[in-house]
Design a binder for this molecule. Structure first.
Ligand code: SAM
Ligand code: SF4
Length: 342
C-alpha cells in the first residue's frame, strides 16, 4: 500500500540523466527591474501581470522543497530581486535553512541600486557573498549601458555591502566597443577592494533593441589582450558556478571567465532555474520547462510537487547550443535573462 507517509517522503537527492547532482537553484523572484541594460532588455518591456507571480510564501515553499532534495545553494535573482516588494521576508524565511545547516549558501545577484537600503538586513539574514553587476567605471557609459541606472548610487551600494561585511563579487558583461577598453581598469578596481571580478560573454536571450552581433565580444580576445598588461595563472578555484578562474599576479586577485559562447561549460552543470511564476528551466539555453505552480497549488503537502520536480530533473538536457546568428538575427532563446534569472 502506498501510504501517505511514503508519498510525503522526499526521494533523495536530485541526479539528472547524465549523473550530474543538482545542488544549486537560481530563483528569479521578479522579471521587473529599475534598469534597462542594453544586452538584457529592450527599453519598452512588457512585464508579467502581477497576478501571475507566485507569492513570497509560495516561493519559500518551492525553494524549501528543493532544499529538502539536497539543494545546497540558493541564488535569488531576477530582474532585479531587490525591487520585489517585501523581498526581505523571503530572505528571512529562507535563512532558517542556513541555521539548520541544510543550506550552505543563500546569495543573490543584484544591480546594486537597492543595496544602500538593504545590505545590512541581507547580512543579518545570513547572506555572506553577493554578486553585483557593474560593467563600467565611467558614469556616462554606465548610463548608456543601463539606460536608467545611476553610477554613484551603485557605488554607494557596493560600499554599503562592504560595510555590512558582505563579500562582493563584481560581474561585468564584456561588450564590443562599449567597455572593452576598460576591462583592465575593472580588474584593478575590483581587486583593489578585495573583490573577485567575473567577465561574462553576452548570450542571445530575448529580443533587445538592436543587433547582438554588435555587442558580442569573445572572452578569448579579452583574455589575450589582458595578457599584455597582466600575468594570468589558471587556478582550480570554483564557486559552484560556470566561471573558470585565473589569478592575476600583479594584483593578487581572482578573475573569472564565463564563456557560454566560446566554450561549452555544461558538463559540470549542477543547477536549475525557477521563474517567479513557478516555471522550472532545466537549462538556461533551452526552451524546455516544467510547470511547478500547478502541483504546488494543487495540494498543501509536497507530494505532487516532488513528483513534478523528479520528472523535470529526468529531462535535464545535456547542454545548450548558443549561436549568435548574423543572418537570422533571432535570439537563440526567446525569453529574456531577466525571466529565467541570470
Ligand atoms: N538585475 C540583477 C543584475 O543585473 O545583477 C540580476 C539579474 S541579471 C539578469 C543577472 C546577470 O545577467 C547580470 O550580471 C547581467 O549582466 C547578466 N545578463 C543579462 N543579460 C545577459 C545576456 N544577454 N548575456 C549575458 N549576460 C547577461
Ligand atoms: Fe536589470 Fe540586471 Fe537585466 Fe540590467 S542585467 S536590465 S540590471 S535584470
Amino acid at each position: 500500500m502506498a501510504t501517505d507517509q511514503a508519498l510525503h517522503m522526499p526521494a533523495g537527492e536530485l541526479i539528472d540523466p547524465f549523473g550530474r547532482h543538482v545542488s544549486y537553484l537560481r530563483v528569479s523572484v521578479t522579471d521587473r527591474c529599475d534598469f534597462r541594460c542594453v544586452y538584457c532588455m529592450s527599453e519598452h518591456m512588457t512585464f508579467l501581470p502581477k497576478r501571475d507571480l507566485l507569492t513570497l510564501e509560495e516561493l519559500d515553499r518551492l525553494c524549501s522543497a528543493f532544499v529538502d532534495r539536497g539543494v545546497r545553494k540558493l541564488r535569488i535573482t531576477g530582474g532585479e530581486p531587490l525591487v520585489r516588494k517585501n523581498i526581505l521576508w523571503l530572505f528571512e524565511a529562507l535563512s532558517r535553512h542556513l541555521k539548520s545547516g541544510a543550506l550552505e549558501e543563500l546569495t543573490l545577484t543584484t544591480n546594486g541600486s537597492q543595496l544602500p537600503k538593504y545590505a545590512q538586513a541581507l547580512a543579518d539574514c545570513g547572506v555572506r557573498r553577493i554578486n553585483v553587476s557593474l560593467d563600467t567605471l565611467d558614469p556616462e557609459t554606465f548610463r548608456r549601458i543601463t539606460r536608467w541606472g545611476d553610477f554613484a548610487n551603485v557605488m554607494q551600494g557596493i560600499e554599503a555591502a562592504e560595510k555590512a561585511g558582505l563579500q562582493v563579487k563584481i560581474n561585468a558583461v564584456a561588450l564590443k566597443d562599449v567597455n572593452e577598453h576598460e576591462i583592465a581598469n575593472l580588474v584593478r578596481f575590483a581587486h583593489g577592494r578585495g573583490a573577485d571580478l567575473t567577465l561574462i560573454e553576452t548570450m542571445p536571450l530575448g529580443d533587445i533593441d538592436g543587433d547582438r552581433t554588435d555587442q558580442y565580444l569573445p572572452l578569448s580576445i579579452v583574455r589575450a589582450r589582458l595578457m599584455d598588461t597582466f600575468t594570468l595563472r589558471d587556478i582550480p578555484y570554483r564557486t559552484g558556478g560556470p566561471a573558470r578562474y585565473v589569478e592575476v599576479q600583479e594584483t593578487g586577485g581572482r578573475l573569472g571567465f564565463i564563456t557560454p559562447m566560446t566554450h561549452n561549460f555544461c558538463e559540470s552543470c549542477n543547477r536549475v532555474r525557477l521563474t517567479c511564476t513557478g516555471t522550472l528551466y532545466m537549462c538556461l539555453g533551452q526552451e524546455d520547462a516544467a510547470d511547478l505552480r500547478t502541483p504546488l497549488r494543487a495540494s498543501s503537502d509536497d507530494a505532487l510537487l516532488q513528483t513534478a520536480i523528479d520528472e523535470a530533473i529526468s529531462r535535464k538536457p545535456k547542454g545548450h547550443d548558443f549561436v549568435i546568428d548574423r543572418r537570422s538575427k533571432r535570439p537563440a532563446v526567446q525569453r529574456h535573462m531577466s525571466v529565467t534569472g541570470g
